[in-house]
Ligand binder design. Sequence first.
Ligand SMILES: Nc1ncnc2c1ncn2[C@@H]1O[C@H](COP(=O)(O)OP(=O)(O)OP(=O)(O)O)[C@@H](O)[C@H]1O
Ligand SMILES: [Mg+2]
Length: 296
Amino acid sequence: MHAIHVENLTRLYRNGRGITGVNLQVEQGEVFGFLGPNGAGKTTLIRTMLGFMHQQSGNIHLLGLNALTQSRAIRARVGYLPSDPALYDLLTGQQNLDFALAVRGIKSRARVKELADRLEIDLKRRLKTLSRGNKQKVAIIATLAHDPDLIILDEPTSGLDPLVQEIFSSLIREEQARGKTVFMSSHVLSEVESLCDRVGVIRDGKIVTVDHVENLKKQRVKYVTVEFREKAPDLSSVPGVKDLACEGRKVRFTFHGAIDPLLGALAQGSVVDLNLSDPPLEEIFRAFYEGGGGGR
Ligand SMILES: Nc1ncnc2c1ncn2[C@@H]1O[C@H](COP(=O)(O)OP(=O)(O)OP(=O)(O)O)[C@@H](O)[C@H]1O
Ligand SMILES: [Mg+2]
């Protein structure tokens, strides 16, 4: 059984925007990252999966439950953080969370307290007096308060400072270690890279790629700088070498492909210094993102 199983899902707004023919499977215990430019359809997919909007066609199963006929059971086991959480501004953080617990019939405040301590948030303050990031912390606590098996987060770290993002990341890893499944949309590639097992990219309402983060990293090119003791050997005919620039004993190039022939070619000279670095994951995603945004 998959934690998320979406088949051929289409949901179009009257203006023709939305998502079309989306297929997606997320394994139990997986942290899945969902990326795409603004207006690509991330929120639409999440809200349709959760039954807040009706699909025009397709099937959705969450935790093995049918989204159309078993939505009550799904709500009990899923935690959802919207991209614009609805909290009560005049209530304190605690009152907001008490309300979230009451709706679900949960009496114990223990988990809320534990999460509040972790996220270092003062729940005695009224929401309207809190900063955006601190409101987001309250919303994250509300999402996790009932200990859901499937956690669906729409841009969870927006508004969080880097230190709080770190705390958030460790919370997510702990949930995963406890067997929970996490599906999160994000614009922050470094967070996806460090946190997620797989990522999906959506563009113009269609999934354009789904792959393991490790595979995506392997696809990417390396930036190479080599310094030779004497004159640099000619590397221009080595397969995979591009954008070659020579400055006397130093050469710089980008490299993609099998590393062996490159090492053989470098050994033609006497190498003093060698530096291989990874371009950021952005480089790969740029290729998926380009060719038209979401059309907003
Ligand atoms: N209620 C609506 N009525 C009409 N069109 C809509 C509506 N909501 C979203 N859209 C359109 O559907 C497309 C997908 O929007 P969606 O909000 O799902 O994108 P997103 O990937 O979540 O973007 P972002 O990164 O900005 O959150 C966009 O073109 C958007 O303009
Ligand atoms: Mg969105």
